[in-house]
Each structure stands twice: as C-alpha cells, then as structure tokens.
Ligand binder design. Structure first.
Ligand SMILES: NC(=O)c1ccc[n+]([C@@H]2O[C@H](COP(=O)([O-])OP(=O)(O)OC[C@H]3O[C@@H](n4cnc5c(N)ncnc54)[C@H](OP(=O)(O)O)[C@@H]3O)[C@@H](O)[C@H]2O)c1
Length: 247
C-alpha cells in the first residue's frame, strides 16, 4: 500500500534535504526534522507536492527529550520507522589544535556524537520491537583520515564510525542494519563555512582525485541504496563517497 517510513535528522538543508527529496521520489513516507519550523513546514509541502506523505517534527539532536519525541511522533503518525538517516551535524569551529577549547569540543561533540548516540538509542528501540530496520549515519571522509585545522570535527566523525560499527554488531541480532556514509567535500553550506573562502575550497578540491567537490544528490543516492532491499547483507560498513579523496 505505502512505501517505507524514513526519518531524517537535520533534514532542512544540504545532504539531508536532498536525501528527503530523493526518498520522496522513490515513494517513501517521510518524517523530516530540524530546528527551524518554517523551513521544515516548507519542505513538507515540497515533499507532499511530489506525492509523498510527510511530516515535520522539530528536533535538536543534542536534547534527548527532542529525540524521544521525534521517534514517538513518527510512530504515532506512521506506526513504524523503517529507515533512519542520522544526518544532523556541525563543522564546529575549524582551527588549529592549539586554539581549541573545552567549549569548541563540547559544541561539536554534542551534535555530532551525542546527537548520533541519542538518535541510535531511540531508533533502535523502535526497530528492535519491529525486528527490522536500516540506519545510515552521515559520517565523513574525516571519519577515516586526519585533517589539519579540523581536529575536533575529525575526532567527532571518527567517533561516529565507532558508534556505527558497535551498534551494527548489537542490532544484527534483531534484524536491524547500521551503516555509515562517509562523504568527501560536498557542495553545501557546511563546506562553505568549513573552508571559509574560495582559496581554501580550491585547496581542498585539489586533494580530491576527481578534482571536483561532490553534490548532495550523490550522497543521497548512496544513502537510498544502503537503506534499500538491494543492500540486505550489508551492515557495520562505512561507504566512502568522496571522488577518490581517500584512495
Ligand atoms: N558538506 C560536506 O562537505 C560534508 C562532508 C562530509 C560530511 N558531511 C556531513 O553531512 C551532514 C550534513 O551536512 P551538510 O553538508 O548537508 O551541511 P548543512 O547544510 O549545514 O546541514 C547540516 C544540517 O544539520 C542541522 N543541525 C546542526 N546541528 C543540529 C542539531 N543540534 N540538531 C538538529 N539539527 C542540527 C543543521 O540545521 P541548522 O540550520 O538548524 O543548524 C543543518 O540542516 C553533516 O553530518 C556533515 O558533517 C558534510
């Protein structure tokens, strides 16, 4: 009767937004979340315009009550959650290790690590009861290699890789797959904020074998594949989508 129920955090911009639109075109039912209600409602209207059933739920992933409510709302609206995309993330405060503080560390880790942990916790509770589900965490190429002037972000994405593998080992026992996608530089607002200027952006692009940044659509297409019935034997993996950045 209806397509899978897909929940996406940080869905209002960039990779999250492209992923929501792609799932909608594939016939999914969507719960999109973020922190800006007007933008969230506008996205829902766009998704409905594509023929998808869609709801917006406000959720700051740093807050457990928000995350719990997000899952409660999704289950009360659609009865289940088949796919969860933990995409919300922040670049934090790029800069030298010697300039980092307890505050820049906490601000980055609260969203990128605690946010993914809380999301996994509440998504897995729902999916364990269903005995089925697929989760995709949005990590980074920087979850695998170091990056000068990006130490805290790099550390946070390495943590996402660890959470992904550990959750996958637990969840395999009850029929749920947990994987990560690890994008290289992707044309979104985050990349512009992270690089700060065109010269830095060109420098980062030069480190990519394909000599271009990727698109949010290229990440969305990979997420849809990992979550799909074409990937049923894949769990605990991290998929580099980075134009050869890590090759
Ligand atoms: N672009 C790249 O080059 C790149 C490369 C590797 C990995 N990634 C990862 O891809 C993911 C998406 O980033 P993007 O590139 O699409 O950038 P983006 O457009 O800035 O998207 C990040 C989204 O996360 C949301 N968010 C941030 N903190 C949040 C919180 N505490 N609670 C809920 N939502 C929150 C943001 O909402 P607000 O507007 O409210 O802040 C925003 O919608 C991130 O996890 C990022 O680390 C990006």
């Amino acid at each position: 009767m209806s397509g899978p129920v897909v929940l996406i955090t940080g869905a209002l911009t960039g990779i999250g937004r492209a992923t929501a639109l792609t799932f909608a075109r594939e016939g999914a039912r969507l719960v999109v979340s973020g922190r800006r209600d007007e933008v969230g409602q506008a996205l829902v209207e766009e998704l409905r315009g594509l023929g998808a059933e869609a709801e917006y739920v406000r959720a700051d992933v740093r807050l457990e009550d928000d995350v719990r409510n997000l899952l409660d709302q999704a289950v009360s609206r659609f009865g289940r959650v088949d796919v969860a995309v933990n995409n919300a993330g922040t670049e934090g405060t790029p800069g030298a290790v010697t300039d980092q503080t307890a505050e820049t560390y906490a601000a980055t880790f609260d969203t990128n690590v605690l946010g993914v942990l809380l999301s996994l916790k509440h998504e897995l509770q729902v999916m364990r009861a269903q005995g089925a589900g697929a989760i995709v965490n949005v990590s980074s190429a920087y979850g695998h290699v170091g990056g000068a002037y990006a130490s805290v972000y790099v550390a946070s994405k390495h943590a996402v890789e660890g959470l992904t593998k550990s959750a996958a080992l637990e969840a395999a026992g009850y029929g749920v797959r947990v994987n990560a996608v690890a994008p290289g530089p992707i044309e979104t607002g985050m990349l512009d904020r992270f690089t700060g200027n065109e010269e830095n952006k060109a420098g980062l692009t030069a480190q990519v074998a394909m000599k271009r940044v990727g698109t949010a659509q290229e990440i969305a297409d990979t997420i849809v594949f990992i979550a799909s019935s074409k990937a049923t034997y894949i769990t605990g993996q991290s998929f580099g989508v980075d134009g050869g950045f890590r090759a």
